[in-house]
Design a protein around this ligand. Structure first.
Ligand code: ACO
Length: 429
């Protein structure tokens, strides 16, 4: 018996489906000949069994809970690298030397400011607009400001757009927050690290010196690293699909931000905090667990479950540690919300419903608690996810654009609507 292909027989005709070997993980059957040879499509809503592309960037082993960026384990990267090194790794495939790292940081820093007219653009939004709504708008608008980096066929312009987006996302994210608070915008300070600069733009006041808390800086950097890429999730697939039509990179990243906003994806961290506040007290946990298990109740335990991880999310293990460090720093390790979260985690992990379905806490379960301790409002949580994920979106977009076999993404469908029928004029309907 050969494992190099599968055979498929349909209406008396048999074809071979070659098995494409992965360097890690599941083998993929190549079904490209299916339509041409057998005149049928495959049906797989939600892409539960479909590889939409080939990629060399990120690998997830959902069964054992393992995450690799370019072959390096996320635990090693989170412990020993800063976010700039991780960005370099995702974009270029290798960890930088010291000199390469310094040059890369210099290049990113060159682009940390935004066009001054962006200030006017912000003023068009209502003060109470959700910062994710603002972020989608302003990132899309970058294509109206930076015409010299829109030609996706030119590698230098692709690099320029890459550096611009990684550099400007924290600036735009902080501006969205400051605008909602009625506070003046703070310019970036390039002597600071990427993460410290972001916190500085969020919280500094023009009237006072801003004292950077190194525990917060480290936590922020780690959170950006943990969120930097996650292979073909909903927002990354959205970026790839938008990019496959040759749309400009700023527009593609704006589409990724839109996909990230939903509570089933990046919006879950905000939803976790709202849920913990709704539960309110440890004594109410059983009632909410009961609701989560009830098929007639739309309530789900936010921050639990993952399409790919059927084991503990490795990012959750790392971020859990960070949550404790930050809470200790702010004197809140007795924080009732964290206690509630820990108790919820404990009860859910012992419950047959969650055990049978392999529902474990994901990264979002803890990130919201850290943000809250750092004084970041819930409406900004998904924005922070977007800042960290931007490098992953761009790395994936570049990989696609640089692949000579790249085609426009165009899924097929199973049509179940009306067959062609006779038209009636309005008088006869
Ligand atoms: N609470 C209660 N039940 C759940 C939960 C949950 N959080 N998640 C899944 N289930 C149940 C489903 O009802 C289903 O039960 P059934 O088999 O009896 O019908 C079973 O577990 C499988 O769930 P699916 O919805 O089929 O799993 P899917 O892979 O489509 O969904 C998802 C994954 C969207 C993440 C889901 O687990 C969820 O909604 N979780 C809460 C939101 C969340 O935390 N999202 C963040 C994802 S991580 C990220 O974006 C960084």
């Amino acid at each position: 018996m050969s494992f190099d292909s599968a055979t498929l027989t349909y209406k008396g005709k048999t074809i071979d489906l070659p098995a494409l070997k992965a360097t890690e993980g599941t083998t993929v059957l190549d079904i490209r000949a299916l339509y041409k040879e057998l005149d049928v499509f495959t049906y797989d809503p939600g892409f539960t069994s479909t590889a939409s592309c080939h990629s060399n960037i990120t690998f997830i082993d959902g069964e054992i809970g393992r995450l690799l960026y370019r072959g390096y384990n996320i635990a090693d990267l989170a412990k020993s690298c800063d976010f700039m090194e991780v960005c370099y790794l995702l974009l270029k495939g290798e960890l930088p030397t010291d000199v390469e790292r310094k040059d890369f940081v210099k290049e990113i820093n060159k682009h940390s400011m935004v066009h001054d007219q962006m200030h006017n653009f912000f003023k068009g939004f209502r003060r109470d607009a959700h910062p994710m709504a603002i972020l989608i708008g302003v990132v899309g608008a970058l294509s109206a400001f930076y015409h010299d980096s829109l030609d996706i066929k030119d590698p230098e312009q692709r690099d320029l757009a890459t550096y611009r987006m990684i550099a400007k996302l924290p600036t735009l994210a902080a501006m969205a927050y400051r605008y909602s608070m009625g506070l003046p915008f703070v310019y970036p300070k390039n002597t600071l690290s990427y993460s410290a600069n972001f916190l500085h733009m969020m919280f500094a006041m023009p009237t006072e010196d801003y004292a950077m808390n190194p525990v917060f800086e480290k936590a922020m950097d780690r959170i950006f690293t943990l969120h930097a890429d996650h292979e073909q999730n909903a927002s990354t697939s959205t970026v790839r699909l938008a990019g496959s039509s040759m749309a400009n990179p700023f527009a593609c990243i704006a589409s990724g931000i839109a996909a990230l906003w939903g509570p089933a994806h990046g919006g879950a961290n905000e939803a976790v905090l709202n849920m913990l506040e709704e539960i309110g007290d440890k004594k109410n946990i059983p009632e909410f667990i009961k609701r989560a298990k009830d098929k007639n109740d739309p309530f789900r335990l936010m921050g639990f479950g993952h399409r790919v991880y059927k084991n503990y999310d490795p990012r959750a293990t790392i971020i859990r540690e960070t949550a404790h460090e930050v809470l200790k720093e702010v004197g809140g390790d007795q924080d009732p919300l964290l206690e509630l979260a820990m108790e919820l985690e404990r009860i859910a992990l012992q419950d047959q419903y969650f055990i049978e379905r392999k529902l474990y806490p994901n990264v979002d379960f803890y990130s919201g608690i850290i943000y809250k301790a750092m004084g970041i409002p819930a409406s900004m949580f998904t924005v922070l996810f977007a800042v960290g994920r931007t490098v992953g979106w761009i790395a994936q977009w570049r990989e696609m654009i640089e692949d000579p076999s790249q085609k426009i993404g165009r899924p097929r469908q199973l049509y179940r609507g009306k067959q062609e029928r006779a038209f009636k004029t309005v008088a006869n309907r």
